[in-house]
Ligand binder design. Sequence first.
Ligand SMILES: *Cc1c(COP(=O)(O)O)cnc(C)c1O
Length: 379
Amino acid sequence: MNIKVINDFIKNIFKGQDFIPLHAPTFGGNEKKYLNNCIDSTFVSSVGEYVDSFERKIEEFTKSKHAIVCVNGTNSLHIALLLAGVKNDDEVITQPLTFIATTNAIVYANATPVFVDVDKDTMGLSPIALKNFLENNCFIKDSSCFNKITNRRIKACMPMHTFGHACRIEEIITICKEYHIEVVEDAAEAMGSFYKGKHLGTYSKISAISFNGNKVMTTGGGGVILTNESEIAKQAKHLTTQAKIPHKWEYNHDEIGYNYRMPNLNAALGLAQLEQLPEFLKKKRTLTAKYIPFFKDQGISFFNEREEEECNFWLNAVILDNKEDRDLFLTETNSNSVMTRPIWTLMNKLPMFKNSPKGDLTNSEWLEERVVNIPSSVV
Ligand SMILES: *Cc1c(COP(=O)(O)O)cnc(C)c1O
């Protein structure tokens, strides 16, 4: 591994930048115009034309029947879990190799995360590990799945599409159906990613995407719930707007709701970003096309897309041979103004989740020691 050659290559791609971040947002379209319109209209908060038009444009882009925008991706996932029927003391299966928000959303829904291994080639939940876990640890009673050891109901499964790469979502949905488990895709990182021509997050009945500042496109802070079912969409809007019963002047609320609706200012920014998304995706693909042959020459493996996948290449990732190489790579890039980051610490190792149920996590542990994200901004 010739780290100088790697640093020079990356610096040459992002020419003219003193510090090269992992992922910086790009604002080159109607952002300022829409934001000014928003301020001029005085509709800066959660009622306004941009909130609605942004939702309709997300529906068009993803081909999801309904899109309900929220303050961020984490609370979009929270509501998605509630609408999947997750109740207090349920368990939700997820992968240990994910960003903390996935697991936190499960806890916000008063459920316990259960960690099942990922596939090495997708870095997403493994259908084989999932089937093994369910066969060995669970039983079905009255059309519900229960964990044999904890006796808690396993109500949902939340696989995550790592760095915008599709996990084996079709197989996961088939297995979960057999066990009466609802699937909620954490498509937070997958705006603009497709598998077999279908946008990620539209495979499960309900899912969520994030528009945080470091994602493919941003609303500042924001997220969206996707669903094809109009009853779930109605519920999502209701829950994210304080569960207020629509009325011309009266304040009535029929359940505990949340103040989770995206403000107009954020939606204005999002609309301008979405208009440029196809261009962003094209440029990200061009960047990845430069990285692939370069890292091949360096003898370093690169996390590429699988067949039938059209990845957004949100964050490009390399897989080093071992932890020592990974640490050397991290040290030498970061000390030379090239920002790189290791993949997340496994969730089961965090103090809050050390007692959570889990299966065999061999692949997750293998990836945890080797995967590094490299600069991936639109250039
Ligand atoms: C970004 C992200 C989220 C949460 O999104 P926020 O908008 O930052 O709340 C959830 N899950 C994953 C995997 C993410 O990467």
